[in-house]
Design a protein around this ligand. Sequence first.
Ligand code: PMT
Length: 219
Amino acid sequence: MSALDGKRILVSAGPTFEDIDPVRFIGNRSSGRMGFAIAEAAIARGAQVVLVAGPVHLATPTGAQRIDVRSAAQMHDAVLSALPADIYIGTAAVADFTPRAVAGHKLKKVPGQDTLVLELVKTADILADVATATQRPRLVVGFAAETNDVETYARGKLAAKRIDMIAANRVGIAGCGFESDDNTLDVIWADGQRRLGPESKRVVAEGLLDLIEERISIA
Ligand code: PMT
């Protein structure tokens, strides 16, 4: 029997869209595939999965409780409200900044004005807030999408966000990361590290859950 059987696993997936006005937003390239693959694999191991999804075009994995959100603020509320959970896996590509205000009407070009300045404010860090919540899950797993110095930045996030494990995901190259069917992760925890892939996101998801099962049985 899997160590995840009967566990409540909270997964965030996909991008967030930060509205600028009624027709424009700031988004990113996350398709949600990595998070949905993790949700599917966890359900197959008997877990009860709550899947908080940003705006993606993917079918809900059979058996998942799906909560759809759009913005980083909505994802923050949905994830924190879904606690308690045994494990949180934050695969979502959450916007770090959002417009200070959403214009009530479509922003228009102004004759003679060649630039537009948007004021952005920091979003709340979902992963860090889950890791310091009163109802902290037993295992908090983050992702780190990086184009360079992948391991260094990932280790920094592991410490700064006080999480138990981080999956460093090299992005910006073909066959890996955003939108791709395949992925490669360097999974790092306090006293270990393992590379998963290159493989399909489902196979990589299984590898990540194997590592999570190992950590759960040690903790
Ligand atoms: O969706 P796919 O197309 O399948 O692509 C998968 C993926 C590349 C999006 C995924 O594997 C991945 O790397 N996800 C993390 C993307 C990201 O935004 O990384 P980050 O380094 O900016 O954030 C670090 C961690 O903090 C992440 O776990 C993120 O969910 C979390 N975070 C970030 C900002 C914020 N306000 N709240 C957060 O919880």
